[in-house]
Design a protein around this ligand. Sequence first.
Ligand SMILES: [Zn+2]
Length: 427
Amino acid sequence: MACGFLPTRKEIRDRYGNPMPKFHRTDILKIESRPIYAEINAASASVWNECLYQMSRYQWHRGYPHAWDFFHIGSDCEGWVDKHLSKSQPLHSQSIQAVRERYFKSWESYGVLKKRHPNARPPRKQKTFLTTRWKKSAIRFEDTCVLLSMGRGRDKLCIPLPPHFNMSKTEHIATIDLVYDHGQWELHFSYRYETKKNEIGDGVVGVDIGEIHPIASHDGTDTRIFNGRYIRSLYRHRNKVLSAFSGAISRCEHHSKRWWKLTRRKWKRIKTIDNQIKDALHKHTTKFIEYCQTKGIGTIVLGDLTGIRDRIDYGKRSNQKLHQWAFGKITSLITYKAKVLGIQVVQIDEAYTSQTCPSCGNRKKPTNRNYTCLCGFKYHRDGVGAMNIREKYLGHFGVPVVADMDSRAMKMTPPLGFRLKVRVASS
Ligand SMILES: [Zn+2]
């Protein structure tokens, strides 16, 4: 395809907005348990609970009906709640602020969610523990430890760092979270970087994120298909472990010694599998981004997958598979890895992209792994999806190009498959 077809950078900016110039990275550090950590996260939970209380007071104060589903959030609401929070908890003022922000963020996402899910519930439950966040001004690094401020007049919390900790990155630190994850205490370090200003190519690649093949991409000539068999086997394995344990756990007395033992063991197993899934997704997305870089790709076009879980209904069994699929995870991994290199990522509505023939523009649902059209066009099904997503972004989706057909068929190389070189988990 000639370069004349491609929209300019300015046109892209006008159509899709400016790509974010900054990106975040998170590192996880496991730390040894100390009773104070639970106290700190309990204090954060108290702030959350206080937000709940002040929120209902706000409703009463402004004369709104007192029912969670009809809570009214005026523009002054967050300020009002902030003003009335007692702030007596032993936390840094910005850590308290972070809880409040989180509380209002979850109201925000409830607002979005309830349009699609009638069963969505607003944030109204009390918490016993909540992740605590420190912002940059409350963080100080010393030789072998990190000092976290606990508020004025209180001792700083000193957490020792391992010798391998990378001190050179600390100038980029944005936040630190104290997280309890199934028996393990962790510090999540979030770093903020500026995007490198590289020379970016003009290439555009369309990506179809699917269930059988996590990533299928097309850049105008080459199609790449990433195999998802290993990841699927991990999900099956995860389901089996879950159901095996839940049977045994349900037979014990609730919170008995054996109940705790099994529950701990269950989460340990699940965490291992989740890490394997995460690792596989990282390997695939890294490989994909590397390929984009060598090909001089400047824009990655993804199908917009929000609401895919509502739209797709292929029956119970298939649904379970799709529900679990890490659609969002793949999207976010690709987005952040692309941002690091300065490649922009756009999302477009992927309606009909899997059904339309790239050659003659007719619509037909593919019935097996190959897409065949009456016009004689035949290609890998997910490759067709990726091709159409790319065409849609470039603005000539569904335009019949029959005359161009021969040259296209010649230009198009057969899809190149990628498999992860790992032992397939027993299922
Ligand atoms: Zn056709």
